[in-house]
Design a protein around this ligand. Structure first.
Ligand code: FAD
Ligand code: NAP
Length: 317
């Protein structure tokens, strides 16, 4: 398929307020809702938590893609020091949860792990603090944070490919609700990777958007319920090949932007899949490795010689 020869519209980033509330001057906000967002029989517990930020500088001032910080007050880190701030992507749209600018939401996975050496159960400090909160509880919040992993100001001028793993879906709930609220008419694809179908967060919403908007495609990559024909796991990056009928025409358009959010390391797979399939305009690949098959790129090659171009944004932790 021929690449489109039109020039890309300029990406205008909004002038955003950041860090109005810092860890040394957080603002107190109130929990209004806290419900499990995974399905009943999921082994993972992920919660949608909504806060009332009325009469604070956060009200109406969080742009899709930005995060807020939470300080689990009164708790201590394993070294005995007071608990530090943790960041969470905002999953409510810029116009507020349920259309109310004083309500903002986040999507939090309870971190529950076994320490393989001691065999003790390890509970993540902040995620479990947040998950146990009730409506009416007060929380110390910082932010907003982030300036680049956000929707452009001229958001309606672009097509979007949104790659998410797990709770990396949070900013896209915000962005997609916001885009369609603003009358977005171009193309968008959400490629969501989750271990089981029961972990497909906001599945009803994204399915509904797909029904309502003919240019919106919702693709899921379920990693633990079967493999691809060649035995590889169903990971988001393989949709570039597996769903090429839908994605290829979008990837070839000069006004398409790519966003990647979720597990650290997922970006490598997406970079390799883009390069392998000839979409190198989303990357800056140094001459040193350009001749190599992207499947042969080492972690070192990726770190030193492959960078996102101005059309690709990554936020992974
Ligand atoms: C920009 C940004 C946005 C983010 N957005 C989201 C989001 O939308 N949703 C979300 O859920 N998360 C998000 N995160 C991650 C979030 O900030 C926290 O890192 C996450 O919730 C874990 O915090 P915690 O306090 O529960 O875990 P911590 O207590 O900080 O523990 C973190 C990790 O340390 C390890 N660890 C530490 N001590 C031990 C021990 N004794 N034994 C075994 N393991 C140990 C574990 O691997 C554990 O997973 C985001 C992070 C960033 C930077
Ligand atoms: N703004 C941000 O930066 C932001 C926002 C939200 C969340 N996060 C981060 O995102 C992460 C989400 O973790 P989670 O526990 O919710 O995810 P998860 O449910 O454990 O995993 C999501 C899916 O990704 C797959 N996966 C694993 N490694 C992959 C790889 N290299 N490439 C592609 N897919 C891969 C998993 O497959 P298998 O496990 O079956 O292999 C699973 O299907 C957290 O680390 C969180 O801190 C960051």
């Amino acid at each position: 398929m021929q690449k489109d020869s039109q020039t890309m519209p300029e990406i205008r980033f909004p002038e955003l307020n950041v860090n109005t509330y810092k860890p040394n001057n957080p603002v107190e906000v109130t929990v209004v809702d806290n419900y499990i967002a995974t399905l009943e029989n999921s082994p993972n517990i992920i919660r949608h938590i909504t806060f009332d930020v009325s009469d604070t500088e956060l009200e109406g001032n969080v742009w899709p893609g930005q995060s807020v910080g939470i300080i689990p007050e009164g708790l201590t880190e394993p070294d005995g020091k007071p608990a530090k701030v943790r960041l969470y992507s905002v999953s409510s749209p810029g116009y507020g949860e349920d259309g109310k600018p004083h309500l903002i939401s986040i999507t939090v996975k309870r971190v529950i792990e076994e320490d393989l050496e001691t065999r003790n159960l390890f509970l993540g400090l902040c995620s479990n603090y947040l998950s146990s909160l009730n409506p009416g509880d007060k929380v110390k919040m910082t932010g907003p944070s982030g300036k680049r992993f956000v929707l452009p100001e001229n958001a309606r001028d672009f097509n979007y490919l949104f790659f998410a793993t797990g709770t990396g879906i949070a900013p896209y709930r915000s962005m997609l609700l916001d885009l369609y609220h603003r009358g977005f008419k171009k193309k968008a694809a959400l490629i969501f990777g989750a271990p089981y179908r029961t972990d497909l967060l906001y599945d009803g919403l994204f399915s509904q958007l797909q029904t309502q908007h003919k240019h919106f495609h919702y693709l899921t990559s379920i990693s633990r319920e079967g493999t691809r024909p060649d035995g590889t796991k169903n990971y988001v990056q393989y949709q570039i090949e597996d769903a090429s009928k839908v994605l290829q025409p979008m990837l070839h358009q000069s006004n398409t932007l790519i966003y990647i959010c979720g597990l650290k390391g997922m970006e490598s797979g997406v970079f390799k899949a883009l390069a392998k399939n000839g979409y190198s305009e989303y990357l800056e690949i140094s001459d040193r490795i350009e001749h190599l098959d992207p499947d042969q790129w080492t972690a070192e090659d990726l770190k030193k010689h492959v960078k996102p171009s101005s059309r690709l944004f990554v936020e992974v932790y």
